[in-house]
Design a protein around this ligand. Sequence first.
Ligand SMILES: Cc1cc2nc3c(=O)[nH]c(=O)nc-3n(C[C@H](O)[C@H](O)[C@H](O)COP(=O)(O)O)c2cc1C
Length: 357
Amino acid sequence: MLDRALRRVDEFCTAYDMRVPILMAPMAGACPPALAAAVAEAGGMGGCGALMMDPDEIAQWAAEFRAASKGPFQMNLWVPDPAPPRDADHERAVTEFLAAWGPAPARLSADLPVPFADQCEALIEARPAVMSSIMGLFPPHVVDRMKAGGISWFATATTVAEALQAEAAGADAIIAQGSEAGGHRGAFNADKANAQMCGSMALVPAIHDAVGVPVIAAGGMADARGVVAALALGASAVLVGTAFLRAPEAAIAPAWADAIGRAQPDDTTTTRAFSGRLGRSLRTDYIAATECEGAPAPLPYPLQRSATGPMRALGAKENNLACMQAWAGQSARLARNEPAGEIVRSIWTEARATLIQ
Ligand SMILES: Cc1cc2nc3c(=O)[nH]c(=O)nc-3n(C[C@H](O)[C@H](O)[C@H](O)COP(=O)(O)O)c2cc1C
């Protein structure tokens, strides 16, 4: 079984010009080029979460990465949800609740920060090795353009059904996102995210058995034990997010980085209170307050994100964990405060030694 795992790893690494089967997760807001380049220089694949970036920022990110590394990188986009319904009373209740946590938003907006079509175009022009999707599938004309440009498509899936849809639409690999994962849950249908929480231990082999393309395991892999387990379960590589957040290159707010290092699995929770989309975060004071009786339910995405914008910005500026957006996966406590390249090298050295025993 471990022989087969190593063969899968070799095939995957050869196909994507990697020496180590570790991909940095694309983490919107927490993926500076320096972090991605450090991962690629250590033999893995860098990652960029481009959700909030306009075309110039996308081009700039790719240029900065290329100035620091010749290795491979992926760029990631969220596939937009349908426009949410508006409810003035609900929006007022949420705005009033948030007044205790930060400045009021000027107005709530359901607009996307940058048009999705423009972001797709900018990604294709940036020519990453891989474009990855989350929350849905790239439209066929985007898939055709990226493939014509020699760019592979990795599609995030949280269920077997989503993985099969992605494979049928042309995905070159499936990122199987287990419910341990930090950050947003990639469910194609936002309303079903809570009901579709499946851990990596069950999801990775289920998707591996169902599809013919390589599977990349995401969620809870933060040391050699997790990587060996994921590869034994059928993955060809792992996608790692939270374990890189304490690396100096990530440059996240110190209070967030410190809390990650202390967090036991149950110190994280899933919540819609930051954006309206389900995601896994540290259980901060703000999250706890949103779970109290009488607190208004979060607005649908992206209205809740718009409503919490000023609070999140203030939390980050003042290094105040209570109200910052503090995404973290369930293996947070394994994240090490070490250079990202060291993290990649030490995880893979130990994992490989276990696999070839
Ligand atoms: C701070 C943060 C931001 C994230 N942003 C994105 C994103 O923009 N796009 C995406 O596909 N996944 C995003 N994710 C999810 C990761 O891609 C990945 O599924 C997750 O980090 C894996 O689990 P782990 O954190 O336990 O390693 C984010 C995760 C974190 C922690």
